[in-house]
Write a protein that binds this ligand. Sequence first.
Ligand SMILES: *[C@@H]1O[C@H](CO)[C@@H](O)[C@H](O)[C@H]1NC(C)=O
Ligand SMILES: *[C@@H]1O[C@H](CO)[C@@H](O)[C@H](O)[C@H]1NC(C)=O
Ligand SMILES: *[C@@H]1O[C@H](CO)[C@@H](O)[C@H](O)[C@H]1NC(C)=O
Ligand SMILES: *[C@@H]1O[C@H](CO)[C@@H](O)[C@H](O)[C@H]1NC(C)=O
Ligand SMILES: *[C@@H]1O[C@H](CO)[C@@H](O)[C@H](O)[C@H]1NC(C)=O
Ligand SMILES: *[C@@H]1O[C@H](CO)[C@@H](O)[C@H](O)[C@H]1NC(C)=O
Ligand SMILES: *[C@@H]1O[C@H](CO)[C@@H](O)[C@H](O)[C@H]1NC(C)=O
Ligand SMILES: *[C@@H]1O[C@H](CO)[C@@H](O)[C@H](O)[C@H]1NC(C)=O
Ligand SMILES: *[C@@H]1O[C@H](CO)[C@@H](O)[C@H](O)[C@H]1NC(C)=O
Ligand SMILES: *[C@@H]1O[C@H](CO)[C@@H](O)[C@H](O)[C@H]1NC(C)=O
Length: 880
Amino acid sequence: MRENFHAMLILVAILFFGAAEFCFGRNTSFSCIEGEREALLKFKLCFNDLSDMLSSWKGYDCCEWRGVGCDKNSRHVVSLQLRGSVFDQPQLYLIDDVEEVVSSLLKLRYLAHLDLSGNNVNSSLVPPSFGLMKQLRYLNLSSVNFKGRIPGELGNLTRLRVLDLSDKYFEQLEVDDDIQWISRLPSLQQLDMSGVNLSRTSSNLFQVLGMLPSLSWLSLPSCSLNNSHLLSHSPPFNFTFLGNIKYLDLSQNSFQGPIPLFLQNMTSLKFLDLSNSHLSGNIFDSIGQLSKLKSLDFSDNQLSGSIPDSIGQLYKLKTLYLFGNQLSGSIPDSIGQLSKLETLSLSTNQLSGGIPNSIGQLSKLKSIELSNNQLNGMIPDSIGKLSNLEILYVQYNSLGGVISEAHFANLSKLIQLDIGLNNLSCEMKSDWRPPFNLSYISMYSCKLGTRFPEWLQFQKTTTMVDLSFTDISGPLPENIGHMMSELQELYLANNLLNGSIPKSLCNSKSLQILDLSNNMLSGNIPKSLCNSKALAVLDLSSNMLSGSIPNCWRNDQAFYFMDLSSNNLSGLFPSTIRQLSFLRALQLSNNSLHGELHVAVRNFTSLTVLDLGENKFSGNLTWIGVCEIDHHSLKVLRLRKNLFSGYIPLELCSLSQLQILDLADNNLTGKILPCFGKFPTMVNATHLNPDNDDDYYLFWTQLMQVVKGRNLEYWKKPLGLQISIDLSGNNLVGSIPEELVLLKGLHNLNLSWNHLLGEIPKNIGQMENLESLDLSQNELSGMIPNSMSSLTKLSHLNLSYNYLSGPIPTSTQLQTLEDPTIYAGNPQLCGAQLPKKCSNDSLPPKTPNSKDSNKDAFEKMWFYIFLMSGFATGFWGGVL
Ligand SMILES: *[C@@H]1O[C@H](CO)[C@@H](O)[C@H](O)[C@H]1NC(C)=O
Ligand SMILES: *[C@@H]1O[C@H](CO)[C@@H](O)[C@H](O)[C@H]1NC(C)=O
Ligand SMILES: *[C@@H]1O[C@H](CO)[C@@H](O)[C@H](O)[C@H]1NC(C)=O
Ligand SMILES: *[C@@H]1O[C@H](CO)[C@@H](O)[C@H](O)[C@H]1NC(C)=O
Ligand SMILES: *[C@@H]1O[C@H](CO)[C@@H](O)[C@H](O)[C@H]1NC(C)=O
Ligand SMILES: *[C@@H]1O[C@H](CO)[C@@H](O)[C@H](O)[C@H]1NC(C)=O
Ligand SMILES: *[C@@H]1O[C@H](CO)[C@@H](O)[C@H](O)[C@H]1NC(C)=O
Ligand SMILES: *[C@@H]1O[C@H](CO)[C@@H](O)[C@H](O)[C@H]1NC(C)=O
Ligand SMILES: *[C@@H]1O[C@H](CO)[C@@H](O)[C@H](O)[C@H]1NC(C)=O
Ligand SMILES: *[C@@H]1O[C@H](CO)[C@@H](O)[C@H](O)[C@H]1NC(C)=O
């Protein structure tokens, strides 16, 4: 009995102390292994813990620490899940030797899962000792800022199933010639080396990968792979295992030529991404064999030919990206069989024919992008059945016919709609209540022919509206700014709008871009514009606005571009405009503004374009010297057709970026300054090559993307880029300075209608880019310099009404300019073109070679073009 009692006491004691230890100490056989706890603490010390990720790493039971996983029975640490985030949060930042990290991790002898992704090891080299963690099955070192070569020792991690060494963020890792080590990872299922430079690996990359029997997920985008990695035909790949791959991302590499045919045999593929390479040729007909595909991306290559019919067999497909190629032919009807399809993106190809009616069967579709093709015919009504549709982009095609309410019947989820730049008529009734609530709507050039659509005002969350060229007329609703209170961009250019500019629009807190140009708006420019903080682009040009320009601008306003040209504005230059410290372009031309500018135009520190042409401004130009315009930003100075008088001030020459100088049709006197020959951007052929459409196009699209915040591929038409000086129609005297011939980049020089004396500079032939030269109506004398015959780009020449004498130089270029009026009023000249022949004149005249340029469009262009320099940088990042 006594013994029993003792035994019971002992039992109770054991139970009690056991429980006490369990409750308070957490220091029993249940808690973590001390040696491993120490290793973890050592690991922790290696890092600066920027986001307190490891703040729970204290106390005894390390198994309870955040991110630490222990085996339930043995209490050994088996997993470390310590994800940082490159982009969002601060993370663990290595402050010690990375070898220390590995050596502490090596103490965790049962560690199978290690995820350190998104932390930062401060550009350390990958320690080969990683290869000693033999028990690892999962290793994620994605975006940890390792650099240098990936050591072959990783091939010792023979149990690895998942290896993620991707680093698209830092892109500092590479694999050197020998990649054989990967083949020693027989259990590997997932391999991600995104952004790792594999260009130096031997060409047998896919042979090696083909030896991994379990590999099903392979991600090698941005790895600098090229054909030599793919097309190692001898010996051919062993497809036994490659055929198991389900996920294959080879995007953003430099593959060329046709899509590799071996893909045909990878019939397990569910995900295939070959976008952003230089692949060309057709999409293989047998694509339909890859019947397990859920996502297919061949976008941004140079694929041509038509989309194979067999694509309709990919009945599991959810996303299809073929945009940015040169695919032609029509969209196959079979596309209607892709019943699971959610995203269809075929934009920017050369597809023609109609949009297949069968598209209406794709009830899961969320996004249709067909823009920038040559599609014609009508948009099928059946689109109106796609009740899951969120995005419909068909802009920039040749679609015709009528868009009616039926097209939108069930599109209650639609948020982005762009049907612009087709030949469509939009015939929605004005009392229509659309089923959707759009955030983005462009009907550019879709003829509405009504008043400002009432239904639009019920689109409460719209941020972007483009109804340019839609023939809408009548006044804008007075309360538009209140009804569409989230509007950021409103484009209503080239319509028949009249009435005044609604104040509610000017008061809008969100509006950033307002384009009402080319309408018939009248009345004053509302003063409330001075309260707008967000508005950055304002285009009210070509209306009938009158009164003076508000003069209440403030330095907390975001204005970047302001075009008030071609209205009936009067009064003085609004001097407070100089408060707009972000203003890049100010266009006030073709109004009736008057007064002197000495005081008014000051502190335009970053103006790129100043156009005050066609007004009644007067006084001398010395303000250019004192106005503190940043002499390194102004590219366009256009003062033509005003009443400016006096001398051309020397300070003009310090405008180091000037590319257009237009002082024509004023009352300027004195001489042309020799320093004009030193405008740096005119001396050198400009950085932009006017003959190169690509340069031009790039420029324009970049600009328009920033200005208009969207992709305006339609502005593709090439327009020449001109660098010009126009001083015509003044009272300038003296001779043409020899120095002007140094302007090798100049395209246009117009000095006509002055009183210039002396000879044409002998070396004028050096101005190799000159396309147009007008020296007419002066008092120039002497012979036409022979060097003029080397002006091979000259297509417009006028030397009439001077006192020139002698023969017209015989050169191919000048002979093509056969119009005799070029030389009229110079009775002493002789040549084949003229009634007066020179004695040994022989060359027959050739057909004229005149270039037509679209002047209006061209002029408009300028004011966008020259804004560029500032757009790319700073400001817009902040505002938009
Ligand atoms: C248990 O905790 C005590 C301190 O309370 C400590 O000295 C001892 O080392 C711990 N034992 C184990 C096995 O962790
Ligand atoms: C990162 O490494 C550089 C040079 O290796 C060193 O100067 C710097 O102090 C390190 N940063 C931190 C936070 O340890
Ligand atoms: C590795 O971690 C990142 C997050 O940092 C994650 O996005 C990625 O999917 C992980 N890789 C694998 C293969 O699990
Ligand atoms: C680890 O790999 C290296 C080189 O890849 C090899 O030389 C070494 O023998 C391997 N070590 C073990 C323990 O397998
Ligand atoms: C391809 O690999 C598998 C598995 O290793 C093997 O059984 C087969 O013989 C190989 N085929 C060829 C042609 O090498
Ligand atoms: C695809 O597989 C077939 C047999 O299944 C074979 O004849 C053909 O050579 C393979 N194609 C490629 C490119 O490996
Ligand atoms: C122009 O700016 C300077 C400082 O940048 C300032 O001192 C000057 O008063 C300003 N002039 C005018 C007219 O605002
Ligand atoms: C230019 O005009 C200003 C203001 O009218 C005047 O003060 C200045 O003397 C004039 N300069 C010249 C050189 O005529
Ligand atoms: C042009 O300037 C001269 C003086 O330089 C002056 O006599 C003449 O009236 C001015 N003409 C006009 C139209 O302003
Ligand atoms: C013109 O270009 C050359 C070389 O492209 C350069 O050395 C020179 O400085 C440039 N001149 C001017 C005035 O910008």
